[in-house]
Write a protein that binds this ligand. Structure first.
Ligand code: IMP
Ligand code: MG
Length: 174
């Protein structure tokens, strides 16, 4: 099937920036994180924007957790155990772009805790609660959305559309 992006953004640049600033205030007021962990690749723009709005100047580490490949369905999350050693004893703010089936964040939070993380709280830009396959709730989220595939603001379809500054919906082409 061929896809095209919606003519109008689902969330404009201004809407996103306002919400990111609010989220940063919410997080700073409620969590004494001492490490930020950002999940690559889709969240790279959100991580950059949110981390600069947060007030604590703590270290930031990236984790690579691709579960999609070139498709639109979720797959397994595979990360080597040794990548988790820097998280021991830390209070971690874990940032991702989208909470979809919940498998990625569920697996990462469990692994971080198994490797001795003191506390893990999660923050996502977008939450699709109707798509959940494992029971997982995020501590912070930008927006709740319906079951639709979105691109832009770092998020891709087959590596395309990441550089769009706003969030758009992908629809089957007529
Ligand atoms: P989950 O493990 O199913 O919750 O998948 C989360 C990951 O899937 C996110 O980190 C995204 O990278 C990717 N993902 C889920 N939905 C979308 C979407 O609508 N557009 C782009 N990527 C998505
Ligand atoms: Mg991702």
């Amino acid at each position: 099937m061929r896809y095209e992006i919606s003519p109008k953004p689902l969330f404009s640049e201004a809407e996103i920036q306002n919400r990111v600033a609010e989220l940063a205030r919410e997080i700073d007021a409620s969590f004494e994180y001492d490490l930020i962990a950002g999940i690559l690749t889709g969240a790279f723009v959100f991580i950059a924007d949110l981390s600069r709005r947060l007030s604590r100047r703590v270290p930031l580490r990236f984790i690579k957790a691709s579960s999609y490949g070139e498709r639109m369905t979720s797959g397994a999350v595979e990360i080597p155990e040794s990548d988790f050693t820097p998280f021991a004893g830390k209070k971690i703010l874990l940032i991702d772009d989208i909470l979809d089936t919940g498998k990625t964040l569920e697996a990462l939070v469990q692994k971080m805790k198994a490797c001795g993380a003191a506390e893990v709280k999660t923050c996502v830009l977008l939450d699709k609660p109707s798509r959940r396959e494992v029971p997982f709730q995020t501590d912070y989220r930008g927006f709740e959305i319906e079951d639709q595939f979105v691109v832009g603001y770092g998020m891709d379809y087959a590596e395309n559309f990441r550089t769009l500054p706003a969030v758009f919906v992908m629809n089957p082409a007529p």
